[in-house]
Design a protein around this ligand. Structure first.
Ligand SMILES: [Zn+2]
Length: 153
């Protein structure tokens, strides 16, 4: 598993996916950082599953938008088929550079991607630029389910 060709999506679908991530970001629970993040996962059947970050009064327990989205996908029974991911952050924070998934989220995304043998395109949305990076570029030489049991479902 893994090592497949990087997925590509149409410009229209990219626009739709980014809009879904932005919409999800509006539902972020981020009262402490006020850093609202949205993530949208596109699957090969056209389904889009979103997530937004969820913080906690015990700061260290915060959950990222990507992790929430992947958890929702698993909860719906999905095991692979991940084609693309869009991630959006607040337009008025930081330097406006494209937002990239944190290290933990790269690993979390890799799990569902490797189960289906895809290398999803990750759309990292910034203020003026969207960076398109393959997950395998964000997390090279990834440790994943194939290392444990290729038959995991
Ligand atoms: Zn993260």
């Amino acid at each position: 598993m893994g090592g497949g060709a990087t997925m590509t999506v149409s410009t229209d679908m990219e626009t739709k996916l980014v809009a879904a991530a932005r919409e999800a970001g509006q539902h972020a629970y981020a009262p402490y950082s006020d850093y609202h993040v949205g993530a949208a996962l596109l699957f090969e059947d056209g389904a889009i599953i979103t997530g937004s970050n969820v913080e906690n009064a015990s700061y260290g327990l915060a959950l990222c938008a990507e992790t929430i989205a992947v958890s929702r996908a698993f909860g719906e029974g999905r095991r692979g088929g991940l084609q693309a991911v869009a991630i959006t952050g607040p337009a008025d924070k930081g330097d406006g550079s494209p937002i990239t998934p944190c290290g933990r989220c790269r690993q979390v995304l890799n799990e569902i991607a490797q189960l289906g043998g895809t290398d999803p395109m990750v759309l990292c949305v910034g203020k003026d630029e969207t960076r398109r990076v393959a997950l395998s570029e964000l997390l090279p030489h990834a440790f994943g389910p194939a290392h444990l049991n290729s038959g995991l479902k």
